[in-house]
Ligand binder design. Structure first.
Ligand code: CO
Ligand code: CO
Ligand code: CO
Length: 316
């Protein structure tokens, strides 16, 4: 493991991005993310992959500055036009974030993969990590859950055009507005909800903050039809892997339906920010999120007190 006086957040913590101080008042925030296509439309795939890669910068309370494309692509099999569309989608999303694509690197591969290495900046005193959640904080989630379930349904051609559009909109939405709101209000901790699902990412936050947390199933924001589809068993393999991995730290109270539990473990492609905020600032944060344009921010639970990273899931 590297140690350096200016390495503020490195490999030793489970945070979303690394942070390195280059001046007393300025630190670089760096992250990389790429994956295989989640939708057929190459332009939209580019948008979603870029929103996802940028998200780790926002989760740290930073502002994106520059980005580099990472491309694996079967040029002979697919031709260059889809790749141009992927890159157009990505660079337009980066531009929407106020950042710039500087270049990138591509390799020939049998399966397309796309993402970006993103650099952002933050004042060293304003870094937001996973480890600041404290007793009495409320937990706020800024995007609905069920993305993995709906992507699985989309691949099985089980979604209508309207549902597909709603899903793509959620995945392609930047977490920029949510990040602006949390920086205005001042929060205790933040991470973005992606592959490990809500409970996996919440576990990381709770463990590194040395607290125990509670989630209210009734308050979870869900994508349209997510519950119904999960109930029919349209659940991605990643949800079961997450459950296997994180269930030892999760306790259930009351009635939690199997479909609801699946959604708590559902891997999210480009999910929302999960924010811990002191209770007295909760309403201010929700108001700021709405004002910045986050459509459905929700309080989904609370930090119960100091602890070892346990999660209590409260059903009806
Ligand atoms: Co992340
Ligand atoms: Co990431
Ligand atoms: Co190169």
């Amino acid at each position: 493991m590297f140690e350096h006086p200016d390495l503020l957040v490195g490999c030793g913590t489970p945070d979303d991005a690394g942070v390195f101080r280059i001046r007393p008042d300025l630190a670089l925030v760096q992250t990389v993310d790429f994956f295989t296509p989640v939708v057929d439309d190459p332009y939209l795939f580019g948008q979603i992959a870029a929103a996802n890669a940028l998200s780790d910068i926002y989760a740290m309370g930073a502002a994106p500055l520059t980005a580099l494309n990472i491309v694996a692509y079967p040029a002979c099999a697919l031709g260059m036009e889809p790749l141009r569309e992927i890159l157009r989608g990505g660079s337009e999303k980066v531009a929407e974030a106020g950042a710039v694509v500087l270049g990138g690197h591509s390799v020939e591969d049998q399966e397309p993969k796309y993402g970006l290495a993103v650099t952002g900046t933050v004042h060293p005193d304003e870094i937001i990590t996973k480890q600041g959640a404290a007793a009495g904080d409320c937990l706020v989630l800024t995007k609905p859950l069920g993305i993995g379930v709906l992507v699985t349904a989309l691949k099985g051609e089980l979604l209508g055009a309207r549902e597909e559009k709603a899903l793509v909109e959620v995945m392609a939405a930047l977490n920029a507005a949510a990040a602006r709101a949390m920086r205005q209000v001042g929060v205790s901790a933040c991470t973005d909800v992606t592959g490990f699902g809500l409970l996996g990412h919440l576990r990381e936050m709770a463990l590194s903050s040395r607290v125990d947390v509670e989630v209210d199933v009734g308050s979870l924001p869900l994508l349209p039809r997510a519950r119904e589809l999960a109930g029919e068993g349209i659940v991605p393999g990643g949800a079961y892997r997450n459950r296997e991995h994180f269930a030892p730290f999760v306790e259930l109270a009351g009635e939690v339906a199997p479909a609801e539990l699946d959604l708590l473990y559902d891997p999210q492609t480009s999910g929302g920010l999960l924010i811990a905020v002191p209770e007295p600032k909760k309403d201010e944060l929700i108001a700021a999120l709405r004002r910045e344009g986050v459509p459905r921010p929700r309080v989904i639970g609370r930090v119960a007190g100091e602890g070892t990273g346990k999660i209590l899931v409260r059903g009806k």
